[in-house]
Ligand binder design. Structure first.
Ligand code: ZN
Ligand code: ZN
Length: 311
């Protein structure tokens, strides 16, 4: 039992909560979901390959990861790093649900509990990506870390009571079905297998792989001293992850809508938010300096200056 656990925005340790006592358990549904999507994706690659199927895969992956996962789920729903009309929020979170990782509440909880773990003085190996590459793959993709005495978790009431979010949460796997039917009607098995199965499989495995590497090493513009888990930037993956691989910047400035805050760092997700602002659909966009600096924040790369686009 630890008594010095800190609380974060939605995670509140109780008197008996320990951040380290727990066990890793196999998640059957999560594992079968990944295996079936990967199997369907492989069938698509081996037997239904075509240029049009590849185009469907690329376009749908880009839309769901950029507008959905990165901008809708992560920067908006989880971090509230900008404001937007509710229909844009619902649309972007729907696109994020189509990634096939979890529903809106599941995504918030997975992100915030991991974040809470990484804020503590000691963090167990599961939420810190501390295991070796393949062991961490198994842990993250097929298992979960169940705390013996978990902290209380509270989503803000306006989100928790939102009927669209409740519907998406209850049906997040089924949300692939309408898209699958449309793809099948237009392009047959090739479009369905590439546009749903392969896309979901690549998104899940890619998300884990980037998360694993981004907690082990890479460029770091800032460190957060006193914490056992650090985030690192993977600039060469920034383009295809729409800025999400600049994870060191995210650890330093979690409130910032802009992840590519240093010169030369590509952040297409932030470009989308700036586009929404230009057409009157985004406001109050938070930058690195919009909130007080995190405790322990230290510049580790004094040669790189923050670009002029940073707020
Ligand atoms: Zn985050
Ligand atoms: Zn992290």
């Amino acid at each position: 039992m630890q008594s010095d656990l800190i609380a974060t925005k939605r995670v509140f340790p109780t008197a008996s909560t320990s951040a380290t006592e727990g066990k890793i358990v196999l998640e059957t549904t999560k594992t079968l979901w990944l295996l079936s999507m990967t199997a369907g994706g492989l069938v698509g690659v081996l037997f239904f390959a075509s240029w049009s199927a590849l185009a469907v895969f690329l376009v749908l992956t880009a839309i769901t990861i950029c507008a959905g996962h990165s901008v809708g789920m992560h920067r908006l729903l989880i971090h509230r790093s900008f404001k937007t009309p509710i229909w844009v929020e619902h649309l972007s979170v729907y696109l994020g649900t189509l990634v096939g990782m979890a529903g809106p509440f599941g995504m918030i909880q997975a992100h915030d509990v991991r974040d809470w773990h990484q804020h503590q003085q000691s963090c167990p190996p599961h939420p810190s990506h501390g295991a070796s590459f393949f062991k961490d793959a198994f842990w993250q993709l097929c298992c979960s870390f169940k705390l013996t005495d978990p902290p209380a978790f509270r989503i803000e009431p306006n989100v928790e009571s939102d009927r669209i979010y409740r519907f998406l949460e209850a049906t997040w796997m089924w949300q692939q079905l309408p898209l699958a039917m449309i793809l099948f009607a237009i392009g047959g098995w090739g479009w369905l297998l590439w546009g749903v199965c392969l896309r979901v499989s690549v998104s899940l495995i890619g998300h884990w792989a980037v998360g694993h590497v981004a907690h082990h090493g890479g460029h770091q513009g800032w460190s957060v001293e006193g914490l056992p888990v650090q985030g690192y930037n993977l600039p060469r993956l920034a383009l295809i992850t729409f800025g999400e691989s600049l994870h060191g910047n995210h650890h330093a400035f979690p409130h910032s809508a802009n992840l590519g805050i240093e010169a030369g760092q590509s952040d297409l997700g932030f470009l989308l938010i700036k586009f929404l602002e230009a057409v009157g659909l985004a406001s109050d966009i938070q930058g690195p300096k919009s909130a007080p600096a995190r405790q322990g924040l230290r510049r580790t790369d004094p040669l790189a200056e923050m670009s002029g686009s940073a707020h």
